[in-house]
Design a binder for this molecule. Structure first.
Ligand SMILES: N[C@@H](CCC(=O)N[C@@H](CS)C(=O)NCC(=O)O)C(=O)O
Length: 214
């Protein structure tokens, strides 16, 4: 069975938990404590040399990268509803998941650090850091908003792993103070789509509890 090493409070771990839940994939969860640096231990780094969470193991396969884990889990579980085999839909899913990891996650992460992580550590958010990132965040959010003006979910009428991947970096959007209200289609998708999914709701308490926000 797929073994997944994670700490549910982090963005990319929550992504994997919500995605595996969505597709009903069986897995064994191994807790690696992010705040005490469990991801930097030699044992964990033998699995993921990037010293980042999450990672998965299936027999001799060691698989870092949250999006790669979701694609693999969908493949071995035949979760075609959430990772359709149609080449054009699949290409579109890959496009959004690659875009998420390369650009969307880093931008949303700036807000997460300033408005969630720093206050947790007793530090003040830096308004200048946010002001510097804001134009880039709005540019990216506008790309999502334009896409979501055309369909209910990112790649059409059905929710897929791409929706979960792109939603994860904004999973604490009220606390992150992400200005989602400026992008009505993005807001509708997040609040009335993603946040209504049972798999999303089931994986929210662990995040809030771990961060003391519950
Ligand atoms: N592209 C990677 C990013 C993984 C990542 O950056 N994970 C964060 C937690 S969300 C982490 O463990 N960072 C290492 C650190 O903060 O020391 C993925 O999608 O899995």
């Amino acid at each position: 069975m797929l073994k997944v090493y994670l700490d549910p409070c982090t963005v990319n771990c929550r992504k994997v938990l919500a995605g595996l839940d969505l597709m009903g994939a069986p897995f064994e969860q191994v807790h690696v404590d992010y705040f005490t640096g469990g991801h930097k231990s030699p044992d964990y780094m033998a699995i993921n040399p990037n010293a980042a969470l999450p990672a998965a193991v299936d027999g001799d396969l060691m698989l870092p990268e949250s999006n790669a884990i979701l694609m693999y889990a969908a493949e071995i579980n035949g979760a075609d509803d959430y990772y359709p085999r149609d080449p054009k839909i699949r290409a579109d899913i890959h496009r959004w998941m690659l875009w998420e990891a390369a650009t969307w996650f880093p931008s949303c992460y700036v807000y997460l650090v300033e408005y969630v992580v720093k206050p947790l550590l007793g530090a003040e958010p830096d308004a200048e850091v946010i002001a510097k990132e804001a134009p880039n965040w709005h540019k990216l959010a506008g790309i999502l908003d334009a896409r979501l003006a055309q369909s209910r979910w990112l790649t059409g009428d059905h929710v897929t792993v791409a929706d979960i991947a792109v939603a994860a970096p904004m999973h604490l959007h009220p606390q992150q103070r992400l200005p989602v209200a400026d992008h009505p289609n993005l807001q509708r998708w997040m609040v009335e789509g993603i946040e209504k999914l049972p798999s999303w709701q089931r994986t929210q308490p662990a995040v809030l509890n771990a961060l003391g926000l519950g």
